[in-house]
Design a protein around this ligand. Structure first.
Ligand SMILES: [Zn+2]
Length: 390
């Protein structure tokens, strides 16, 4: 069931390079999404534009035989502001589109879908579009979702951190800081107290949930002789345990309330963006894909080895894994330890190593889809793991 793609039959590499060159930032990936939709249309996919009213999202579908099972690939194509494709999403786009095309060439019965999912990096209006799609039911009726992401190592099932960002605005009372400071109530004091109290809280949180809380004081006054009337803090709160996330947020809100009370200021809390979930791990799917990588001579760690690493980020793919069996394979395009979102990863995303790894991904993902379409035992295993997972 394993086979190789011929470079002549697909232009997976040209597509990856073109998107790298376009380097369109999140929610504005107009040309990149058009390019991918065009390729899919040329290969007989029905394409729905503006999927879920998101301008650069799309859904492309091709039904084969009796149409079951339904397998989807997720494409990302957003670049990072200022630097370009330093996260390698140009490779994700090509991987999804050409894995889908290759699947339609191999599978007799099934529905193959590509979802174009904008703005994974969260720089624009449609930040974390997969969360919107997962919440609005885009994946109802799909049996399996496959994705990929380039990195500095191979892995088949990484954990990610639940994440939600907050903006806290304190409002005080302006006064002349020399003439009548007794009339002033400083919003900056409230912000600094909050910042300090959060740092004290860090000592008293669970150590096993990868708690991370990163914050800045975004606004803290306008002139040193005017009591700061307004101060704004933003914080990201992340943990690998979604229930503990709620507990920490509660404690954070008590800090904010206490600091406002102590400084006689008022405050408003706003959630920024959407809640990123943790990833639901699927052992059967991981094992299956790892075997394929090993057969190609790739030294991919076991799922347990991968899960013993500290999760290093959050992704909207995690929210998809909570509603449908899903796995995002990480494929290696640069030497281990290469910093990401950097000049080095920008170069890696168009390197020969990336070309080879992308080809492997397309073969592996479409071979997995093929087996899923013909092997009921594999399908049931994946489904069972999904139902018992968390
Ligand atoms: Zn990324």
């Amino acid at each position: 069931m394993s086979s190789h793609i011929s470079d002549a039959s697909t232009d997976y590499w040209g597509t990856a390079l073109r998107i790298h060159e376009l380097a369109e930032v999140g929610s504005r990936e107009l040309e990149s999404s058009s390019l991918l939709k065009g390729i899919l249309k040329d290969h007989g996919f029905e394409v729905e534009d503006h999927f879920m009213n998101i301008p650069t999202a799309f859904k492309a579908e091709k039904v084969l035989g009796n149409g079951a099972p339904s397998i989807a690939f997720l494409a990302e194509y957003d670049a990072l502001p200022g630097i370009g494709h330093a996260c390698g999403h140009n490779l994700i786009a090509s991987s999804a589109v050409y894995s889908a095309i290759r699947s339609t060439e191999k599978i007799k019965n099934g529905t193959i879908t590509v979802f174009g999912t904008p703005d994974e990096e969260g720089s624009g209006e449609w930040a974390g579009s997969k969360i919107i799609m997962a919440e609005k039911g885009a994946f109802i009726g799909i049996d399996l979702v496959l994705g990929s992401h380039p990195g500095d190592r191979w892995s088949v099932g990484e954990q990610s951190l639940a994440d939600l960002d907050y903006e806290i605005t304190f409002m005080g009372k302006a006064a002349h800081e020399a003439a009548n400071p007794d009339n002033g109530r400083s919003a900056l004091d409230a912000a600094i107290l909050t910042y300090t109290a959060v740092n004290m809280m860090r000592q008293h949180v669970r150590r096993d949930v990868n708690f991370v809380m990163h914050g800045i004081i975004k606004e803290g006054g306008t002139a040193s002789n005017v009591t700061p009337e307004k101060a704004v803090l933003t914080y990201g709160i992340r943990t690998s345990d979604i229930n503990y996330h709620k507990i920490v947020v509660d404690r954070f809100m008590k800090i904010v309330e206490g600091c406002a009370s102590a400084t006689e200021t008022t405050y408003k809390v706003k959630e920024i963006g959407l809640m990123y979930s943790t990833t639901k791990i699927n052992q059967t799917l991981s094992n299956n894909i790892r075997e394929r990588l090993l057969a190609k001579g790739i030294d991919c760690p076991t799922l347990d080895e991968t899960l013993s690493r500290i999760p290093d980020g959050s992704t909207d793919f995690a929210n998809v894994s909570q509603v449908v069996p899903a796995l995002e394979v990480q494929f290696k395009i640069a030497k281990e330890g290469t910093p990401w979102h950097s000049r080095e990863s920008l170069e890696a995303a168009k390197s020969n190593e990336a070309k080879e790894a992308l080809k492997t991904m397309i073969e592996v993902l479409s071979d997995t889809a093929e087996e899923f379409s013909i092997n009921p035992e594999f399908r049931n295993g994946v489904k069972k793991d999904f139902l018992k997972g968390k």
